[in-house]
Design a protein around this ligand. Structure first.
Ligand SMILES: [Zn+2]
Ligand SMILES: [Zn+2]
Length: 287
């Protein structure tokens, strides 16, 4: 188990409890899987007694600039109105163009990750700022990241452009791809989506999930819903169908798990099992 790291969860949890609602860095895990697993177990207080009772803490993970995965947690027990963690941040920023010479400016609205690119901490709230340049008035946003890392306008513009290119790329790819015919265990669900989509071009993945939930495919609907939340790009019904076909194929090929659960020996010597993230099956136990 060389991918494990030692983390003083007692002291992280104690600090977080004294600052309810404030995200605290738990640790940077070397592997994405380790980070994800820790985040999940923190919010469930699963083999993590420091975070008891279950749901007293929220946790998430995000990429760290060193290649690892940061896990952040906040204490939410007893808080009535905790704003949910945003999936993206929208800021108005100043774009002065690529060259060195001065050629004025324009304001660009960027949609970027909700987390700091360096440490994975939450990015700050936009604060509107008015300023005057060359006799013109402009409005942009400023923000301060609680982690202390500074986002420059140039770096967030670059991040935004990368996202746009990626989104357009996936959109074009999906348009060129055909509907899957054989989607393994999801073949029926995919056939429903194809029929609905023929009647209703432009059907979104979210609506596709609702249709499947109502037509006897609640598990497929849940997987699509999860995928929508994971992706940054907009997702259509055909992309949802392609996703289901890929998932079915991955499950059929998976040799790591038994019915969606991977058994392993925990550090205390006891046997435990965790959900196979490749197969993403609904499993009854999460031990
Ligand atoms: Zn940071
Ligand atoms: Zn599996």
């Amino acid at each position: 188990m060389g991918r494990n790291i030692w983390v003083d969860h007692e002291s992280v949890a104690a600090t977080a409890r004294t600052h309810p609602g404030v995200w605290k860095l738990v640790a940077v895990y070397p592997s994405a899987e380790g980070g994800k697993s820790a985040a999940r177990r923190i919010s469930r207080a699963q083999r993590m007694s420091a975070y008891e009772p279950p749901a007293a803490f929220e946790a998430y993970c995000a990429p760290h600039e060193n290649g690892g995965t940061s896990v952040w947690a906040r204490y939410v027990a007893g808080l009535t109105a905790v704003p949910p963690r945003p999936s993206t941040m929208t800021y108005r920023v100043i774009d002065r163009g690529p060259g060195r010479e001065y050629r004025g400016l324009r304001i660009v609205t960027v949609v970027i990750a909700a987390e700091c690119r360096m440490c994975g901490g939450p990015r700050g709230q936009a604060e509107p700022h008015r300023f005057c340049e060359d006799g013109e008035w402009y409005s942009c946003d400023r923000w301060t990241n609680a982690c202390g890392h500074l986002d420059t306008y140039d770096s967030v513009l670059a991040e935004h452009r990368k996202r746009v290119v990626k989104t357009e790329g996936t959109g074009r790819k999906a348009a060129a791809e055909a509907w899957p015919v054989d989607a393994g265990e999801y073949t029926d669900a995919v056939a429903i989506l194809k029929a609905e989509s023929d009647n209703w071009p432009g059907l979104r993945a979210r609506q596709a999930a609702q249709i499947l939930a109502l037509s006897g495919h609640p598990e497929a609907a849940r997987r699509i819903q999860e995928e929508i939340e994971k992706r940054t790009a907009r997702m259509g019904a055909k992309q949802a169908a392609l996703f289901l076909a890929k998932l079915a194929a991955a499950r059929a090929a998976c040799t790591r798990c038994e019915d969606g659960r991977i058994r392993y020996q925990a550090r205390d010597g006891e046997f435990a099992s965790r959900r196979c993230l490749k197969c993403r099956r609904d499993t009854d136990r999460d031990a």
